[in-house]
Design a protein around this ligand. Structure first.
Ligand code: BG6
Length: 523
């Protein structure tokens, strides 16, 4: 099956065939439809080249694209940062630990420009370097500028690019801007940033990253819903009792305390990752995944989310902060004890909300979302819980451990899908218990999923913006979380706490429990 996500793009699935001997083998399905995707000649320019994201995610993504032959020979990489470094030193850091073949492919096409982001000289040198690479490597004047700096540097870098004319697209060339999150810290600052971006770049040149959209399992929400017919009829208010979306992390803030203090769970995860996954799971079927169709449907869904009024918020949103916890063997520090964190901090490390979507498909169905650091398990999932049967012709004492039917989309880890339903327990009596049908990515497919950043970098090089966030999506998302963040900022009562390695503050159980529902907590 091929799922096209825009021009020149294809997600390749292999079908598992079970032979009579129960062996499994994989077979290409309709190979003539599979388009291999690879980047055109281009230079990738990374601002923030000496930073953590570059080292952990971007350079490994470039390396993997090279290894999988997705980059042409006419590809070059330029790092820009304040830290002084030579081309060779940067190349060394970029290629450290890479195989010889990748080194051969990338070497010679790696440059480094050291300089301040508010210094026009930096951009002059960058421009000269890019011209040189066009002449030497044949990168054809195509440029992808990746802003992997702290958000404070976005504006000077964009102004610097515009000052050197690097934002302009000449005939048959592209100049694109990839922007990392956080995109603003509320609606007002996101609009200001849009003003800066749009003063130099057209929206069609802008690629705002939410790395969750680069995950295969997030894209599989689209495959499940729109490449199959059997789920569509039950995907609405007549069948679904409620939906839970969980993004749970076991890690604390680690070394990012300074950044996190100014963010909190709502800005860090809910405004972007959670609302994006929610939009994909609940939106209407798009005409196609290409062009603007997918993003239009997401925007319509975000617009249909009912904004909580100041009175509703206390009832519909819960925050929490982790305190010291764990076991004697593995004691974990509380948030206020972490490096870079104010010992009296009121920043939330846990957030949960109940949302309503005011449209024909979902009116009346509650959506519970939650995210937190230092929870007992790492799990990201979307769980649709279905309504109980209208009448059960089975005595209650024979329904041992029978939960409501549920469809669980496991984004990570143990990537896959489970359908949970009641089944008869073997034996002479008629007892019914919950059973599960499981699809596992690992067992079904042979190929490994590309890292999210790899997929997204390739899309940006190709010019496919379907999996990037449009300006109006960002604004609607801030519109949803802003009232809650503001409400919490005004609330002087002590922030609710939860022990590290527990499932969040008790208020979160109350939030969902009001209607007799319970969070699905992984064991
Ligand atoms: C980032 C957040 O966007 O996503 C981090 O800033 C978080 O705080 C991370 O840990 C989670 O990403 P993943 O891919 O590990 O689920």
């Amino acid at each position: 099956m091929d799922v096209n996500l825009g021009p020149g793009s294809a997600v390749r699935f292999k079908r598992t065939v079970t032979t009579r001997s129960e062996d499994t083998q994989t077979m290409d399905h309709a190979p003539q439809l599979i388009q291999e995707r690879s980047a055109p000649p281009a230079t990738l320019v990374i601002f923030g080249a000496s930073g953590d994201l570059t080292r952990r995610k971007l350079l490994p993504a470039v390396e993997s694209l090279a290894r999988h032959n997705r980059l042409p020979d006419q590809f070059a990489l330029v790092g820009v940062a304040r830290t002084p470094m030579s081309d060779d030193q940067f190349a060394e850091s970029a290629l450290a630990g890479r195989s010889l073949a990748e080194k051969r492919q990338l070497q010679g096409g790696i440059r480094y420009v050291a300089g301040g982001y508010d210094d026009p000289e930096t951009f002059k040198r960058l421009s000269e370097t890019l011209d040189e690479l066009d002449a030497q490597r044949g990168t054809s004047g195509n440029r992808l500028f990746y802003l992997s700096t702290p958000a404070g540097a976005f504006e000077p870098v964009i102004n610097g690019l515009a000052g050197a004319g690097l934002n302009l697209e000449r005939e048959n060339t592209f100049s694109r801007l990839v922007i990392e999150k956080p995109y603003g810290r509320d609606l007002a600052t996101a609009r200001e940033l849009d003003g800066v971006v749009h003063s130099a770049f057209d929206e069609s040149q802008v690629f705002r990253i939410d790395h969750y959209l680069g995950k295969d399992t997030v894209q599989n929400v689209l495959a499940l819903r729109f490449a199959n017919s059997i789920f569509q009829p039950i995907w609405d208010r007549s069948w679904v009792d409620h939906v839970q979306i969980t993004v749970a992390e076991t890690l604390g803030v680690g070394t990012r305390g300074g950044f996190y203090e100014g963010a909190g769970a709502m800005r860090d995860i809910v405004q972007n990752h959670v609302l994006q996954v929610l939009a994909l799971a609940l939106m209407e079927p798009p005409v196609s995944f290409g062009g603007e169709n997918l993003r239009n449907e997401k925007v319509k869904l975000l617009q249909a989310i009912r904004l909580p009024t100041d009175r509703d918020i206390a009832d519909a949103a819960v925050r929490g902060q982790y305190t010291r916890g764990g076991t004697r063997q593995e004691l974990m520090a509380g948030y206020r004890e972490e490096v870079g964190v104010d010992p009296l901090s009121r920043t939330e490390t846990f957030a949960a909300m109940r949302l309503n979507v005011d449209n024909w498909r979902w009116a009346g169905v509650p959506f519970y979302v939650r995210t937190g650091k230092r929870l007992p398990a790492r799990v990201t999932e979307v769980a649709l819980q279905f309504q109980r049967p209208p009448h059960l012709p089975i005595p209650a004492d024979q329904l041992t451990e029978l939960d409501a039917d549920a469809l669980i989309l496991r984004i990570q880890p143990n990537e896959g899908i489970s359908l949970r339903f009641g089944a008869k327990v073997p034996g002479h009596s008629f007892r019914v218990r919950t059973a599960s049908m499981d699809f596992s990515y690992e067992q079904t497919f042979q190929e490994e999923s590309p890292e999210a950043y790899e997929r997204l970098l390739l899309d940006a090089l190709i010019g496919d913006a379907s999996l990037f966030i449009r300006s109006d999506e960002v604004q609607h998302s801030w519109g949803i979380v802003d009232p809650i963040i503001e409400h919490w900022a005004k609330d002087n009562s002590p922030i609710p706490t939860y022990e590290a390695a527990s499932w969040g503050p008790t208020d979160a159980d109350r939030l969902i429990g009001r209607n007799g529902r319970k969070w699905r907590n992984a064991a």
